[in-house]
Design a protein around this ligand. Sequence first.
Ligand code: ATP
Ligand code: MG
Ligand code: MG
Ligand code: MG
Length: 470
Amino acid sequence: MTSSNDIRATFLDYFHRNGHTVVESSPLVPRNDPTLMFANSGMVQFKNVFTGQEKRPYTRATSAQKSVRAGGKHNDLDNVGYTARHHTFFEMLGNFSFGDYFKEQAIPYAWELLTRDFALPKDKLLVTVYSEDEEAAAIWRKVAGLPDSRIIRISTSDNFWRMGDTGPCGPCSEIFFDHGDKIPGGPPGSPDEDGDRFIEIWNLVFMQFLEEPAGTRNPLPRPSIDTGMGLERFAAILQGKHDNYDTDTLRALILASAEATGQEPDGPFRSSHRVVADHLRAGAFLIADGVLPSNEGRGYVLRRILRRAMRHAHMMGSRDPLMHRLLPALLRQMGAAYPELVRAESLISETLRLEETRFRSLLERGLHLLAEETGRLGDKQTLPGDVAFRLYDTFGFPLDLTQDALRAEGRPVDVEGFNAAMTEQRKRARAAWAGSGEAATESVWFDLKEKVGASEFLGYTTETAEGEII
Ligand code: ATP
Ligand code: MG
Ligand code: MG
Ligand code: MG
C-alpha cells in the first residue's frame, strides 16, 4: 500500500526532479495577511510572488501545504463526518510557476505524474475546463488523448479563479476520479455533481489575466501556474478506498478513537469517530501553530472545532477528556513530516485536556436543556432562535454545534432568530456601558466590534451563569 507519507514524498520529488524548489508549508496562521483567517491552499504563502510584489530566488516551487477550511470564506466544517471527501484540516500538494511555464507544461506534468508515476488508470480520469478556455481543452486532448466527452466545459465561477476583487485571475481545470457506478453522484456540471462518485482531486489554476480596479481585465505578460491536490483524496484512490476516512492516517485516528471510547469504528457512531479524527488533526495543528481557544477570531474557530468534537465524544459515552488521549496516534502518523507537532506535544495535549475539562459540565447541562426544549416541539419543527441563543450565551454552545446536534433528527435551527437575539444582547450591553460615563470611547469600541463581527461571525465574549468567560 502506498502510504500518505510516500505519496507526499513522491509528489514533491517529481516536481523537484522537474526543476521545482521544495518549499516548506507555511504556518496555518498567515503572516501579514489580516484578510485571511487560515492558510487554506498552497498558493497563500506565494500571494505576493504572484502579484510581483515579492521576488524569490526561484520561479518554480512545490509544497505540501497545511490547510484549514473552517471559518472564513472557505468553510467545510459542516461537511465533515458526512461527505467522503471533506476535512477541516487537510494537506494540499501543489506545484507553482511564477511567470515560468504555463498551461502547455502544467497539464503534461499533472498527467504524467498521475498516470505514469502513480499509475492511475486513464479511463477513470476526467477533467473540466472553463467554457472559454479552448486552449486548455486542446492541450488535454493532445496530451492525454481524452475524448471530448471527458473534457467537460464549465461556465461557472467554479472554473474561473480570482485572488480577490482585483489582481491575478484566470481559468482553471480540475481533474476528477470516477469511483464507479456503485456510488451515487453525477459528473461535474451535472445536477447531481455533489455526490461522491466523481471526486475532484486536483485543481490547476492558470493565472492569465490581471483584473484592474476599473473592472477591465488585461492579459498578464508572464502568466503563472498554481495547482492544488488534496493528499487525502488522492491517498484514498491509491489505497483502493473510496472514502478519505478509510486511508492510513485517518483510519489510525478513527481506530484510536474507537479504542478509547469502546465504540465500534464502523458501528452506529461511525460519523462521530470521523468528526473526532478530523477535528483532532485540525485542533492539534492549529495549536502547534500558535492558535489557542478563545472567544474571538481564529481562537473561536478552534474552540468551535474542539467543542463540536467534544459533543461527539460525549455522545459516544466518553465522560473524561478524550482528544488528548488520541494525540500519540496522530504523532505516530504525522510527527515525522511535521516536527512542529512533536515540538508542541505537551502544549497541544494540555490545551486539549483543559478545553475539554472546562466545557464538560456546560456541555452536559446544555444538552439537557436542548433535549427538554426539543421534547416540546413537534417532529422536525424548527428550534427557536432564542433557545439556540440561550445555549450559546449560557452554555457556550457555538451555533454550529447546536445545528450539528439536531442534524440527525432533521431539525433546523432558526438562525435569523438566533442573530436577532444576539443583536438584542449587544444593544443591551451597549446601553449598559453607555451609563458608565465614557460613552465616546465605548461607542468606538462597539462600532469596531460590530464592524468586525459583520463580515464574519466570530462570536464574542459573554459571561456564563458560573461567571466563567467562555
Ligand atoms: P470541492 O469542490 O470538493 O469542495 P474545492 O474546489 O473547494 O473542492 P479547491 O479549492 O480547488 O477545492 O482545492 C484544491 C484541492 O484541494 C481539491 O481539488 C481537493 O483535492 C482538495 N480539497 C479542497 N477542499 C478540501 C477539504 N475540505 N478536504 C480535503 N481536501 C480538500
Ligand atoms: Mg470546496
Ligand atoms: Mg470544486
Ligand atoms: Mg476546485
